[in-house]
Design a protein around this ligand. Structure first.
Ligand SMILES: [Zn+2]
Length: 460
């Protein structure tokens, strides 16, 4: 007799954050991804609800990649009793070390801020987890090597649960997972990367599965195919020839590294003039150094990686960061956060927004309500640290740069599956995106697809 296998969707259902999939095989429980809910308040509040099953009864966690919406709830799960192994690739573990500790620090700072200003309904306000909790979670990590579709082999075997990690091109170490549970193959796409990413290799094709859980972040959109070299080169040249500097707010993981590569390459090919380049974000610096160590995971060769350290000034210390203000010639400054919601980029914005010669070049998606979205929408006054600043600088948005496959890229990726899955579960998208992608799968591939609701549990 076969095993009873169920799959429950405890996050990333009807939304893009909080990826958590609970798989039950007879009496055993494992979790695929353990993400934080982010964005709107009603979503963030979900992080405070007790986990739907007792965390101590979960045997293991498998992580597709390090982004916090896939890994950021782990310290809380550990605090609440989970003590099993967390399996992931080496780069995912190394990135989690940077991201989870930073996330814990932010949680602690936010709680302290609330207590100082008595914002909280709860007295005293507590962090969701602390740096101590994050360190305890990191001790549970176990590294698994990548498998390849040409020779599909599970990287982890836990009796009748076996899991393989296959490169999917989204960020360093990111994978899709083939979970074999009680004789069924369940494929979790993770976040699927793109065929022509500047830094990442294309996603490997998906292997046979009975059931598919597929993301749909851009399930109803197509990326603009403008030539990124030309667009970025033109913006830099126009700004510099007028005597201005370029500020690039960028996400510390992924985007900062692609932009650095793009700019140093433009300079090497003499498509832009020689000018100082600064990477002003301790977290982005750590991630860049990690990329320089993990050559297997991306397209850039050793020389190109060395070029990054040679041509870019990394300003980790606060004094070095402040010293950038004294640079009188045009320069390029990359800094976090990517949506200008916090971090060192705010100091540069304060200094640079008022000068019409400068350009602020946003390098990715700007979520509604963020300072980045307001600047991109053309607001002429922006509040930073309780003061309003006039926006005279040019503002550009490279929203076509994305680490996610779009609707067609996702469909093309799915078409490489050797046979149609019995059922596709469309997750990790805003409601509209997921639903339109479900329709695309049914109409264009003729497969059985549905969008699960948060908390749904299905028998496989
Ligand atoms: Zn991601």
């Amino acid at each position: 007799m076969g095993s009873r296998v169920t799959l429950a969707f405890h996050g990333a259902a009807g939304t893009v954050t909080g990826s958590r999939y609970l798989l039950e095989v007879d009496e055993r429980r494992v979790l695929v991804d353990c993400g934080l809910f982010q964005g709107y308040k009603h979503l963030r509040e979900r992080n405070w609800r007790p986990f739907p099953v007792e965390p101590s009864t979960i045997e293991a966690v498998f992580l597709t990649h390090a982004h916090l919406d896939h890994s950021g709830y782990l310290p809380r799960l550990v605090k609440d009793g989970f003590s099993g192994p967390v399996y992931c690739t080496q780069a995912t573990r190394d990135l989690c070390r940077i991201l989870l500790l930073d996330s814990a620090k932010l949680q602690e700072e936010e709680a302290a801020f609330r207590n100082r200003h008595q914002y909280s309904k709860h007295q005293p306000a507590l962090p969701l987890y602390t740096q101590h909790d994050a360190k305890k979670a990191l001790e549970l990590f176990e590294v698994v090597g990548f498998s390849m579709p040409e020779n599909p082999m599970p990287g982890v075997s836990l009796g009748n649960i076996e899991v393989g990690f296959y490169p999917n091109g989204h960020i360093l170490g990111s994978s899709y997972l083939d979970v074999q549970a009680g004789g069924r193959h369940i494929l979790f796409s993770g976040d699927v990367g793109r065929g022509n990413d500047l830094v990442m290799r294309p996603p490997e094709f998906p292997i046979y599965c009975d059931y598919l859980v597929v993301e749909s972040t851009y399930g109803n959109r197509l990326h603009d195919n403008r030539d990124v070299w030309e667009v970025v080169g033109d913006i830099i040249n126009e700004t510099v020839s007028g005597g201005g500097s370029v500020l690039i707010p960028s996400f510390a993981v992924g985007r900062a590294q692609s932009m650095l590569y793009l700019i140093t390459e433009l300079r090497r090919r003499e498509m832009i003039p020689y000018l100082p380049i600064f990477l002003d974000s301790p977290m982005a610096i750590s991630v860049t150094e990690l990329m320089q160590r993990h050559h297997r995971y991306h397209r850039l060769n050793k020389t190109t990686c060395q070029q990054l350290s040679r041509d870019v000034t990394f300003t980790r210390d606060v004094e070095d960061s402040i010293a950038i203000n004294k640079v009188q010639v045009p320069a390029i400054i990359l800094s976090a956060s990517g949506m200008a919601t916090g971090g060192r980029v705010l100091h540069h914005l304060q200094r640079m927004l008022g000068d019409h010669r400068n350009t602020v070049m946003f390098a990715g998606y700007q979520a509604p309500g963020t300072r980045g979205a307001r600047l991109v929408a053309g607001e002429r006054k922006i509040k930073i640290f309780n003061r309003y600043f006039d926006v005279k600088a040019r503002v550009e948005s490279l929203d076509f740069l994305s680490a996610h496959a779009d609707r067609l890229e996702l469909l093309r990726w799915l078409q490489q599956l050797p046979t149609a899955p019995k059922r596709c579960f469309v997750t990790h998208g805003e409601e509209e995106a997921s639903d339109e992608f479900r329709i695309s799968i049914s109409e264009e591939l003729g497969w059985n697809a549905c969008v699960p609701d948060m908390g749904d549990k299905v028998i496989l």
